[in-house]
Ligand binder design. Structure first.
Ligand SMILES: [Zn+2]
Length: 390
């Protein structure tokens, strides 16, 4: 996901997806694979800064709602970024400030809207606190990085510092995301262009995935980090790559194609999907049904994006839906995930990595090649096929 004035109910969710699309939001034998991975470790350096202070303070505040702690919470970068995401997402005219929410907080007032998820944070505070303590000791250089490493192109060396904010409040659909921030007048704002950061809402994660803290850490947090880290590093790569600087298709179709590639790879390499597809694709009708459904929706979406009778708003909503909502309904991300699987199976990880250097249409071109040799696979929408070289 990416930032801008998105509103759940109104037009501006489109903006999010424009930005997602624009920023972004990746066979050989064993010894070769190892060499390539080592090569990537030299060319790609990732340093993590883990920020938890706004969460520590909020947990303290739940025990003692003093004005001093309230003031400290409001001053935290994590709080300001979290609030910035909510402000950019929900209609401003109905939105209280986070400070007001803290001042008027009441656990029992369940009918009152909870735009910053403060009440959820209160209900999840025990699990979140345990998870937060483990996160402080967790080695993010391990699996979370290893999953993305084989896919990041090495034609430009990257030395990135990844600021990760673990927060307890935020937009109800934003369990994890990459956003760009700018510090002005001593205040962190979420902006279209700035420094990318990863934000993870632990209250949503503990609510969605249960209370087994070790599982939450080693499975959900680790995989969520791989997904967002992929977007983060790929966005950094796009900023320095001359291909991406000069060959961006910013039309609606171009944005959709970028979502397919970017989200397809992020979904494939996280949450055990790579292993799941390798193990189960051939024997699972259910997976093939999800695949067919995603391609069918993709076909409809492409026609709609090219339909001059639809408004910009309607088209942006379509782009939004291609990567938002329930897991299997995100047709852009899901069709992309299956494409990654088929391309990698035929040409190896190297091909996916190459597609990140050569662009989203090259990614489609690779899938088209695989599909033309295996007609049982879903065909690309006609209008997308027309736009690729071969
Ligand atoms: Zn994503």
């Amino acid at each position: 996901m990416k930032n801008n004035r998105l509103r759940i109910t109104s037009n501006n969710l489109l903006f999010l997806f424009t930005i997602i699309a624009l920023i972004g939001i990746y066979s050989c034998n064993q010894s070769k694979t190892t060499d390539k991975t080592n090569d990537n470790f030299e060319k790609l350096k990732i340093k993590f800064n883990i920020h938890t202070k706004s969460s520590d303070l909020l947990l303290k505040w739940f025990d003692n709602q003093s004005d001093t702690i309230t003031k400290e919470i409001i001053e935290q970068p994590g709080t300001q970024i979290m609030a910035g995401v909510v402000e950019n997402t929900l209609p401003q005219n109905e939105l209280p400030t986070f400070f007001d929410e803290l001042k008027n907080f009441s656990v029992n007032d369940s009918l009152k809207p909870d735009p910053y998820g403060l009440r959820l944070a209160w209900f999840q505070r025990d699990e979140s606190s345990l998870l937060l303590n483990k996160i402080k000791e967790y080695n993010f250089q391990g699996e979370a990085v290893e999953r993305i490493m084989p896919y990041i192109p090495t034609d430009y060396p990257l030395d990135v510092t990844c600021n990760v904010y673990f927060v307890l409040t935020g937009w109800e659909w934003g369990d994890a995301m990459v956003r760009e921030i700018t510090k002005t007048d001593n205040h962190y704002r979420v902006t279209e262009q700035g420094e990318p950061v990863i934000i993870v809402n632990l209250s949503i994660i503990t609510k969605l995935y249960g209370d087994d803290i070790d599982k939450l850490l080693n499975d959900n947090i680790s995989n969520t980090m791989s997904h967002e880290l992929f977007h983060f590093v790929f966005a950094e790569y796009q900023k320095v790559s001359s291909f991406w600087k000069n060959n961006r298709d910013t039309t609606k179709i171009g944005q959709l194609v970028e979502i397919i590639q970017n989200e397809g790879i992020a979904h494939y390499i996280s949450h055990n999907q790579k292993q799941n597809l390798i193990k189960n694709y051939n024997t699972s009708n259910e997976l093939k049904e999800h695949e067919k459904k995603a391609f069918k929706q993709l076909d409809i979406a492409v026609k709609q994006l090219l339909n001059s009778e639809l408004s910009e708003q309607e088209k942006d909503d379509i782009l939004m839906k291609s990567n938002a909502g329930r897991y299997w309904d995100k047709f852009g991300a899901i069709a992309g995930k299956f494409m990654v699987y088929h391309i990698e199976k035929k040409y190896g990880e190297q091909a996916i990595k190459q597609s990140l250097s050569k662009g989203a249409y090259y990614f489609l071109e690779l899938y088209n090649k695989v599909q033309s040799e295996n007609p049982t696979l879903p065909i690309l929408p006609k209008e997308l096929k027309k736009r690729i070289k071969h």
